[in-house]
Ligand binder design. Structure first.
Ligand SMILES: C[S@@+](CC[C@H](N)C(=O)[O-])C[C@H]1O[C@@H](n2cnc3c(N)ncnc32)[C@H](O)[C@@H]1O
Length: 190
């Protein structure tokens, strides 16, 4: 089962599984804070790239744990912000401009801490990066007021001193950076 609040995202998910000829997936349009499933339903409950859209991530995480079966697995993937509050704030300002539905990219410790809030030990962590190139990011952005020039300026200004913590750098005329992501997972013991 897959769930998302947005019909367009579910349509994309349906297209993807059809292309891959996957037949054993169902889709629900719904809310991460109120999953329409009974307690202990799933072996694995995962969420990718959505927690930075949530005002109350701990509440959504508790819902993920609720619908996992005893000894099920909880997997959470998202990008995380720098531990340096100034860099995190600059990154979040850019991301909110790029996509106004962004609430906040939190530091790694916040994501890991969600497990402690629901009484689970620290999860295992896997780190990876998603490389990005400024003009490709701009082409896919929907900034407030269509302000791509402002978004470009924010990104360019981050190179000197790496002020967003994204490792932004010039590669000739091309500006590159990378999102830092973590996949946290833990087998729930209840
Ligand atoms: C960046 S997209 C990631 C989509 C997908 N999970 C993936 O990995 O490609 C973030 C998604 O979170 C969804 N979302 C945000 N708040 C939500 C909520 N409260 N309940 C369910 N989905 C939500 C949005 O509709 C959006 O499709």
């Amino acid at each position: 089962m897959g769930i998302d609040a947005t019909g367009a995202m579910l349509a994309e998910a349906r297209r993807l599984v059809a292309r891959e000829n996957v037949r054993n997936v169902g889709w629900h349009q719904g809310d991460a804070y109120a999953l329409p499933f009974a307690d202990g339903t799933f072996d694995i409950v995962s969420c990718r790239f959505a927690f930075h859209h949530l005002e109350e991530p701990a509440r959504a995480f508790a819902e993920m744990v609720r619908v996992a079966r005893p000894s099920g697995r909880i997997v959470l993937s998202d990008a995380f912000a720098s531990d340096d509050p100034a860099k995190a704030a600059a990154f979040n300002a850019m991301e909110r401009h790029r996509d106004p539905s962004t609430v906040e990219f939190r530091p790694l410790a916040f994501l890991v801490g969600l497990y402690a809030i629901v009484g689970l030990p620290e999860p295992e962590l896997r780190f990876y990066q998603v490389p990005a190139e400024r003009e490709r990011v701009l082409a896919m952005a929907f900034p407030e007021g269509g302000d791509r020039a402002g978004l470009r300026a924010m990104l360019d200004a981050s190179v000197e001193g790496d002020t967003m913590g994204l490792g932004a750098r010039w590669d000739g005329d091309t500006m590159r950076f990378a999102y830092r992501l973590v996949r946290t997972f833990f087998a729930v013991k209840r």
